[in-house]
Design a protein around this ligand. Structure first.
Ligand code: AMP
Ligand code: GLY
Length: 422
């Protein structure tokens, strides 16, 4: 197989690590990739949204499978672009169709889908300028805090949780007036749910599905889950409060109705479904769907998949996922993300990274890095993720922290409390 992987983060380095272990992989390209993926395959300088350039590359290089890491190309319709093109239609894209990707691309679409298929989620109301007064009435019917979500993609920043009703009304108006650009021309107002969150990942060929190891991520910059939101500061798998009884509920009440709903609505979906869940009084509810794997959860989840990952991807593309075996490593896998000083606010790039040759008994997945004249430099806010196994959570964490301390770059920061709440 000649595989093209799209994306450039830690998630994609983790995918590349797993894909490159498969005897089925003859050649791996990553577009655009990072300094880490370059050691496992060939980085290609094409943006993952540049469909015409990707087409040319895929045909010239006889690529026979495309795995899409981030949501943006999916929401922009890369699956449909391949399907509709005479030269590309025989090349499978692992990822949902444009309409399927709306599960992430439009909060309103996702909520209406869940309502149609009786999937447990918070009460909601979708507001546009034209029905603002009804939106305000709905806000008044809720108890604080108030949850406002930009309908469209807003780089993970489009959710506001506000304690005060007057302020929530003001923010609602400011969102509708373009606070998040086009993404907040429509806003979903939600009832606030109180509980502990986890991420459950499903791979599907559109008919059958496999449930991948669950994980918990840590989104805030500060210890104790405080301060501004980030792209993710760490992850743990498995999650102690996600036991068999809870997963049984997740499968019957959420996963099965989701897959059946997609089938009923004729939505092509061949890829990953990321369920952002919250446990409320021991019952699972959906906070959000994503149409891709999570980052940094993937950096832990890939460690726990023992099966040939490319064989599983082929199960998706050949519609025979149900015949494939998914073997899961019972050990813990933990990820700690190293970020640039100042992130998620302003930060500098181009800092020299050293100490990587000292790392032991862990996997180092690059995110915001680039290679220049034989050196590795920082090139983003989340710089790299250190992942390790352990027979228990603490053993895995200890290995991550020992190695996180060995990596040196100016301004390096990481959270030393990942998993503190489990
Ligand atoms: P989302 O982008 O939908 O995942 O929302 C970002 C974060 O906001 C989630 O991970 C939750 O921590 C929080 N959140 C979103 N919706 C709700 C809700 N209805 N109740 C409580 N917290 C929420
Ligand atoms: N870790 C959360 C996300 O990937 O959206």
């Amino acid at each position: 197989m000649r595989i093209l992987l799209l994306g450039s983060g830690g998630r994609e380095h983790a995918f590349a690590w797993k894909i490159s272990q498969s005897p089925k992989t003859n050649k791996l390209f990553i577009a655009p990739g990072n300094a880490g993926t370059a050691s496992l395959g060939t980085n290609v300088d094409i943006a993952s949204n540049d469909f015409p350039s990707l087409k040319k590359f895929v045909l010239e290089n006889k690529v026979n499978m495309v795995l899409v890491g981030p949501e943006e190309p999916l929401v922009l319709g890369i699956y449909d672009f391949f399907k509709a093109d005479d030269d590309l239609c025989s090349i499978p894209v692992i990822g949902p169709s444009k309409i399927g990707a709306q599960l992430e691309g439009s909060k309103d679409f996702a909520k209406a889908f869940m309502l149609r298929h009786k999937i447990p989620t918070a009460k909601y109301f979708s507001v546009e300028k034209s029905n603002l007064s009804q939106g305000i009435s709905f806000l008044h019917s809720l108890k604080a805090p108030y949850v406002l979500k930009a309908d469209g993609l807003a780089a993970g920043k489009g959710v506001l949780i506000i304690d005060n009703l007057a302020e929530a009304e003001q923010e609602l108006t400011s969102m509708l007036n373009g606070r998040f650009g086009q993404a907040s021309e429509k806003v979903v107002i939600e009832e606030f749910l109180s509980g502990i969150e986890c991420s459950v990942f499903v791979m599907t060929d559109g008919k059958s599905y496999k449930i991948l190891p669950q994980a918990k991520d840590y989104k805030r910059i500060g210890e104790g889950e405080t301060g501004p939101n980030t792209g993710g500061m760490g992850a743990i798998s498995p999650v102690s409060f996600v036991d068999d009884a809870f997963m049984e509920k997740v499968e019957t009440r959420i996963i099965k109705p989701t897959i059946e709903g997609l089938i009923k609505e004729n939505i092509d979906y061949k890829g990953f479904i990321f369920l952002g869940l919250i446990k409320v009084d021991n019952e699972p509810m959906v906070i959000e769907y994503n149409c891709r794997m999570g980052d940094p959860e993937t950096e832990s989840v890939m460690l726990r998949i023992e099966s040939d990952f490319v064989d599983l991807l082929e199960g998706i593309s050949h519609n025979n996922l149900s015949e494939k075996e998914l073997k899961i490593d019972s050990r813990f896998a933990v990820t700690v993300v190293l970020v640039a000083g100042g992130y998620p606010g302003e930060y500098e790039k181009g800092k020299l990274i050293s100490g990587l040759e000292e790392l032991a008994d862990c996997q180092c997945f690059h995110a915001g890095t680039r290679a220049e004249s034989g050196e590795i430099l920082t090139n983003g806010g989340r710089v790299m993720a250190i992942s390790a196994y352990g027979n228990n959570k603490q053993e895995a964490l200890d290995k991550c922290f020992i190695n996180a301390n060995k990596v040196i770059f100016e301004g390096k920061y990481f959270r030393s409390d990942i998993g503190f709440d489990l």
